[in-house]
Write a protein that binds this ligand. Structure first.
Ligand SMILES: Nc1nc2c(c(=O)[nH]1)N[C@H]1C(S)=C(S)[C@@H](COP(=O)(O)OP(=O)(O)OC[C@H]3O[C@@H](n4cnc5c(=O)[nH]c(N)nc54)[C@H](O)[C@@H]3O)O[C@H]1N2
Ligand SMILES: Nc1nc2c(c(=O)[nH]1)N[C@H]1C(S)=C(S)[C@@H](COP(=O)(O)OP(=O)(O)OC[C@H]3O[C@@H](n4cnc5c(=O)[nH]c(N)nc54)[C@H](O)[C@@H]3O)O[C@H]1N2
Ligand code: SF4
Ligand SMILES: [Mo]
Length: 714
């Protein structure tokens, strides 16, 4: 598709969709043919002022995955190309048949990789059209524990702080996150601020990561003991007499209760495998203006919500709330935040409470659907949703911009459940989940889509196509509204991005996540706008702080606090360390953790392409490898858990503690090993720790054969 009009070849300002830092990019389209020619950071974008990371650029311009170019349908064991008409007919009839039996017969799995517009439309269709409780927007695999903790503490989701606060902090405490790899542009700001005199970077991570490598202090706690350590630090803050009594008394509730329940510093330090001096170091670090950043090392645990709550407590107790300080969870997927605000996953648009009759009425009226069609609870999260294929009403699954066969825990069980259901997959690339589909709907992706995304500091920014939608492909919004109109006629009035944005922005009016003052025109002028933005002139800054400016500093100076809780005060939490979900034993003596690499992205669909090695790289301490009886030059080993066994390529790495094996999340077999246990508060899976054994290649297979012989099985 060459375009004769030079105007059209001007670089297109858009938003990077690779992580939730939300950098503005300029995409240059190719002169002839298809695709993005090059990309660069946008100097006029208020988030990044021209900065960008190499991976954000490379994956935007030239993703490795195999593009889907036409709709596909299943014929026996293969997928064959078909027309859109045929694919849509089959998708609609499969979904409708399941819905006729039960509104909960259809499960919808969405993602934080879609625009706000597509995510809103999908949530509206799932909740208001189908009326299913089995719907998730994928953020439950990622941010749900932080979200639940924010609601507990502040009565509303999302960090109170913004990027503007990074420069003012003196302690940067990074807990269970590796932003040098996962959020590179933001990490550059953090590292620059930490280099100032009197400033420091402290990292709490069992592994010697890239971020830990440049830290002033690295606290290598035992895996899964974060809640014990956070409580030890709070106990030590109390002992040191460094509780900010004035702030605690004027702006919070529940401090005495948590203070009474604190463990002794020595015993909690022992549980976490660190010294009392280390606890003291952390307590002391909090006496300076502190930002506490956390990530998946905290959220992805059966105690994720409690642990995130304990980190927020550390901020509250030490008066680290207010400009330059605060609890800052690091959002993952590019539009995870936007999905939380607009997609009707855990709350109705604008964080309207799911079970509030008045809010339900407002939403049902706005959508023109009967209020009793809206499910009365937000559902069990993705793990419980797919379990409902086996032991619940779910018969059909529609997966949009997500790859559950690779991304969800206990992947073999996930695969079996998806095989048992009528499966519609809407993706831009060929994935492990696509291979199981009954119908594949090929979607446009970044560089081809129009809409908005919202970054981790609540900033809404435009996503613009640098090229026309390729032939054979339709945009997510188009597909969702087309399917929606066929199944629930009249649900979607407008199907273009701008009126859809206006529809959900209007639905947020008067809510804590009010973005009714944001419009495409305003975004064209300003580049990006932070919510809450209740009118065309306002923009969100530090939250819950009436009348503050950026000079207000820690505890907000003279400004007054107004949290979204019934009392208007922030709430402490009382979680106590309860042990890891699957302790090691003689049979499975090591712990597996899974995390990110610089050049991989989530399930790896766009970053590993066809060149996926059959076995993931398993990093382990050299002593662990030798104790396992592995030949030092072995290029294969077998890693087994109670869920399965996968071949791995062992790599000696002294940065990994002795009791641990480290696998990248990006390999499609990694999740065959992981545990499907979830946090009972947030439903987030416990991806970060499970018990495993590492053996020379083939040992597990041999063991199974010997067992079978001994029992006479065949
Ligand atoms: N390059 C790259 N960037 C990405 C992504 C990507 O796949 N690749 N994905 C994006 C997404 S969706 C997300 S959610 C973010 C995730 O960003 P991060 O949260 O930084 O991601 P992870 O690497 O999964 O986990 C962070 C750290 O948790 C540590 N950890 C494991 N277990 C424990 C524990 O018990 N306690 C503590 N304290 N730490 C533990 C790991 O060692 C790891 O260093 O990254 C986003 N950015
Ligand atoms: N073991 C382990 N497992 C994990 C994690 C972990 O740390 N450890 N982390 C979890 C986390 S934090 C996350 S966020 C999840 C991620 O899990 P998923 O969201 O399932 O995985 P992704 O690889 O990010 O992307 C899913 C798909 O979205 C498609 N896609 C991208 N853009 C578009 C678009 O515009 N439209 C459409 N229709 N499709 C698009 C991509 O091609 C890709 O196939 O994984 C989770 N799984
Ligand atoms: S830091 Fe994140 S948003 Fe910014 S360019 Fe890199 S991947 Fe994209
Ligand atoms: Mo994520």
């Amino acid at each position: 598709m060459s375009d004769p009009d030079p105007e059209d070849r001007d670089p297109v300002p858009t938003t990077c969709m690779r992580c939730a830092v939300g950098c503005g990019h300029l995409h240059h389209r190719v002169d002839t043919g298809y695709g993005i020619g090059s990309a660069q950071g946008d100097v006029s974008h208020p988030v990044n002022r021209g900065m960008a990371c190499p991976r954000g650029i490379e994956e935007s311009v030239d993703p490795d995955g195999e593009w889907l170019e036409r709709p596909l349908i299943r014929k026996g064991s293969t997928l064959v190309a078909t027309t859109w008409e045929d694919a849509l007919d089959r998708a609609v009839s499969g979904l409708s048949a399941a819905l006729e039996r039960d509104p909960d017969g259809v499960a919808v799995l969405g993602s934080g990789q879609q625009t706000n517009e597509a995510a809103y439309a999908l949530g509206k269709l799932a909740r208001g059209g189908f009326g299913t409780r089995y719907y998730d927007a994928n953020t439950t695999l990622c941010m749900a524990s932080a979200v639940t903790a924010y609601y507990d503490a502040f009565g509303s989701d999302a960090p109170p702080c913004t990027y503007d606060d990074i420069d003012g902090a003196e302690t940067h405490l990074v807990w269970g996150a590796n932003p040098a790899v996962a959020h590179p542009v933001m990490f550059r700001w953090i590292a620059e601020s930490a280099r100032d005199d009197d400033s420091r970077l402290v990292v709490v991570d069992p592994v010697g990561t890239k971020t830990a490598g440049v830290a002033d202090d690295h606290v290598a706690l035992d895996l899964g003991t974060d809640l014990a350590l956070a409580r030890a630090v709070l106990a030590r803050v109390l002992e040191r007499g460094e509780v900010d009594r004035e702030f605690v008394e004027s702006a919070t509730t529940g401090f005495e209760e948590v203070a009474d329940s604190l463990p002794s510093v020595a015993s909690a330090a022992e549980t976490a495998g660190v010294s009392v001096e280390t606890v003291d170091l952390l307590a002391e670090a909090l006496s300076d203006p502190t930002l506490v950043y956390w990530g998946m090392g905290v959220n992805q645990s059966v105690q994720g919500t409690d642990t995130a709550g304990a980190l927020i407590d550390l901020c509250l107790a030490t008066g680290n709330l207010g400009p330059g300080t605060g609890p800052f969870s690091l959002t993952g997927q590019a539009n995870s935040m936007g999905t939380r605000v607009c997609s009707s996953k855990g709350s109705w648009p604008g964080q309207r409470p799911f079970d509030d009759p008045a809010e339900r009425r407002t939403v049902a009226d706005a959508w023109g659907v009967p209020v009793d069609r809206l499910p009365d609870d937000p559902g069990p999260g993705p793990v419980g949703t797919l379990e409902a294929v086996d032991d619940g009403p779910v018969e059909a699954v529609w997966a949009v911009a997500t790859n559950p066969v690779a991304g969800m825990p206990d992947a073999t069980a996930v695969r079996e459940r998806l095989e048992d259901s009528f499966l519609v997959v809407q993706d831009a690339f060929r994935t492990e989940t696509v291979e199981l589909a009954d119908v594949v709907l090929p979607a446009a992706t970044w560089g081809e889509s129009d809409g908005t995304a919202t970054n981790m500091e609540r900033r809404v920014s435009r996503v613009r196509p640098a090229m026309e939608t390729p032939p054979g492909i339709r945009t997510d919004l188009d597909i969702v509204t087309t399917v929606g109109e066929r199944v629930v006629p009249g649900l979607f009035g407008a199907a273009d991005p701008e009126p859809v944005f206006e529809e959900f922005a209007a639905l947020t009016a008067g809510t804590p996540a009010d973005l009714s003052g944001v419009s495409y025109d305003r975004l064209d002028d300003a580049g990006a706008v932070r919510w809450p933005a209740p009118d065309a002139a306002s923009e969100g800054g530090y939250r819950y702080l009436a009348g503050a400016d950026e000079t207000a500093g820690r505890t907000g100076g003279d400004a007054s606090w107004a949290f979204e809780t019934p009392s208007g005060r922030a709430r402490f939490s009382t979680g106590e360390h309860g042990g890891v979900a699957e302790p090691t034993d003689e049979e499975y003596p090591l712990v597996l953790t899974t995390a990110r690499e610089a050049d991989g992205y989530n399930t790896g669909v766009r970053s590993r392409g066809a060149a996926t090695p059959d076995a993931p790289l398993a990093r382990a301490h050299p002593d662990t490898l030798s104790e396992t009886g592995l030949d030092p030059d072995a290029d294969r080993a077998t890693l087994g858990s109670r869920r399965g066994s996968v071949p791995v390529r062992p790599e000696a790495d002294p940065a990994v503690p002795r009791e641990l094996v480290w696998l990248p999340v990006h390999h499609p077999r990694t999740n065959e090993l992981t545990l499907p246990d979830t946090d009972p508060r947030s439903d987030e899976p416990n991806f970060k720790q499970c018990a495993v054994r590492l053996r020379p290649a083939g040992a597990d297979r041999d063991a199974v054969a010997v067992d079978a012989e001994a029992t006479g099985d065949d």
